[in-house]
Design a binder for this molecule. Structure first.
Ligand SMILES: NC(=O)c1ccc[n+]([C@@H]2O[C@H](COP(=O)([O-])OP(=O)(O)OC[C@H]3O[C@@H](n4cnc5c(N)ncnc54)[C@H](OP(=O)(O)O)[C@@H]3O)[C@@H](O)[C@H]2O)c1
Length: 432
């Protein structure tokens, strides 16, 4: 049997595990594919670096382009990350007739259109299961298993770092920076945690999920993004009192008339009885609501070398089988071409905590501010008294723009000393 030759671009956390699995599982992979998978070469930036991978030194090269387009290569696996040179490498590989597998969420979210267009033009397989939620089989279920259904909503915890931090804040009462320090010490957060804690990573994944779920083109720039750096221990305590927990969520939803989609990544309260509330540590989980399938939940390790390599290898086996049978995997369809609506039109519920003067008429003045903007109040309670008086308000569903206008007005009221926190509430109705 002629082997299928695999070019590996990148040999870091994920790439080194791909090398290990290709070696350790060689006979199983051969049986599953119908031909051996052989490493043709490994492109890296620093060839002299110690990597602890069982690969012949002669396989390493710094010329990723030459490797990706080499005549004898069948499959190109890109695990370098970032926009360039990854994009040029993938485009050149597809032009040269290779099947490609990538874990690159940043590229797919920023410029998936170019990469998908090349796959269509050259008839190439383009698989990227590992780009969202690591090991969890999620993109192929959305692209293939749910192709006969209508997805209404995808609600996901897709960033392990922020889930770890928020989970620690919830279970130990720690503040954001202490929880971040702990996450960094344990290797759950990078030295520069910006991409995670400011929500860029979750926004990129939300764009990819929304595109697949709604058969439309969504880029990271379309996604409303807020990070978790402003979340305080008192927000977490407020959520707890409401029977909720704070999670960093990627939310993709169709509008009620089905004519547009909303895509956002931000922290939100969800009821503790919601299936996503129990997702702790650095785990990921994605909750999908579809018309006929109902509610589905996907759960597992969202990152890490071996879990991510598992998803990469699954894609390698799929594209290898396609090559042998002369078939091509399904394209990500964008026929629906739904526009992304502005964040101001997103409709959800809100939890608003106000430090107020403890005087008669406060409640009425605050209620009028909400009413003037058409935001109806579901529940209100007062905590503390005198200097410490705080009003906690939970609204019914309202457009984001209406809530923003309400908050602006609340800031200007004399009886409101401070708007202590404003947080969206997702999932089912919170207990009142
Ligand atoms: N790590 C995870 O848990 C995880 C989870 C899901 C998805 N992903 C995605 O997987 C991809 C890889 O992540 P990673 O964590 O494995 O990254 P990483 O550890 O930083 O590894 C990147 C690799 O790319 C190589 N590289 C960088 N620039 C290159 C160039 N110009 N030419 C050739 N090689 C180059 C590096 O070479 P040197 O080793 O010589 O520096 C390194 O081997 C990213 O797209 C990431 O978003 C990662």
């Amino acid at each position: 049997m002629e082997p299928l030759k695999v070019a590996l671009l990148g040999c870091g956390n994920v790439g080194s595990e791909v090398v290990r699995l290709l070696g350790e599982q060689a006979s199983d992979l051969t049986a599953r594919v119908g031909a051996p998978l052989e490493l043709a070469g490994i492109a890296v930036r620093r060839p002299g670096r110690k990597r602890g991978v069982a690969a012949d030194a002669s396989l390493f090269t710094t010329d990723a382009m030459a490797l990706a387009t080499r005549d004898d290569v069948d499959i190109v696996v890109e695990v370098i990350g970032g926009i360039e040179p990854a994009r040029s490498l993938l485009l050149a590989a597809m032009k040269a007739g290779k099947s490609v597998v990538t874990a690159n969420k940043a590229l797919l979210a920023a410029d998936g259109a170019t990469v998908h267009a090349a796959a269509a033009e050259y008839g190439a397989d383009l698989y990227y299961e590992a780009s969202v939620a690591g090991a969890i089989p999620l993109l192929r279920p959305l692209r293939e298993s749910l192709a006969g259904d209508r997805v209404h909503r995808v609600l996901g915890i897709v960033n392990g770092t922020t889930n770890y931090i928020l989970d620690k804040m919830d279970t130990s009462g720690a503040g954001f920076s202490d929880a971040l320090d702990e996450a960094q010490e344990l290797g759950y957060a990078e030295a520069d945690p910006t991409a995670d804690v400011e929500g860029f990573d979750a926004a990129a994944k939300a764009a990819i999920l929304a595109g697949l779920a709604f058969h439309s083109r969504v880029t990271a720039a379309d996604v409303h993004r807020e990070g978790i750096t402003e979340i305080t221990a008192s927000d977490i305590a407020s959520a707890r009192e409401m029977g909720c927990v704070v999670k960093m969520l990627a939310i993709c939803e169709k509008s009620e008339d089905g004519r547009s989609v909303g895509v956002r990544a931000h922290p939100a309260m969800i009821p503790r009885r919601h299936p996503l509330a129990g997702v702790g540590e650095a785990y990921n989980a994605v909750f999908v609501e579809a018309e006929s399938a109902g509610r589905l939940m996907f759960y597992g390790a969202g990152a890490g070398g071996a879990p991510t390599a598992s998803a990469v290898l699954g894609d390698v086996v799929a594209v290898a089988r396609n090559r042998l049978s002369g078939a091509r995997g399904p394209e990500a369809s964008t026929y629906a071409d739904l526009p992304v609506r502005p964040m101001g039109e997103a409709v959800t519920r809100y939890h608003v905590a106000l430090d107020v003067a403890d005087t008669p008429g406060v409640l009425a003045a605050v209620a009028q501010a909400f009413a003037r903007h058409g935001v109806s109040i579901q529940a209100v309670r007062q905590e503390g008294s005198g200097e410490d008086a705080q009003l906690v308000i939970v609204t019914h569903r309202a457009p984001d723009a209406a809530l923003a206008a309400t908050v602006t007005e609340l800031h200007g009221l004399d009886i409101v000393r401070a708007v202590a926190s404003v947080m969206r509430v997702e999932g089912e109705d919170p207990p009142t």
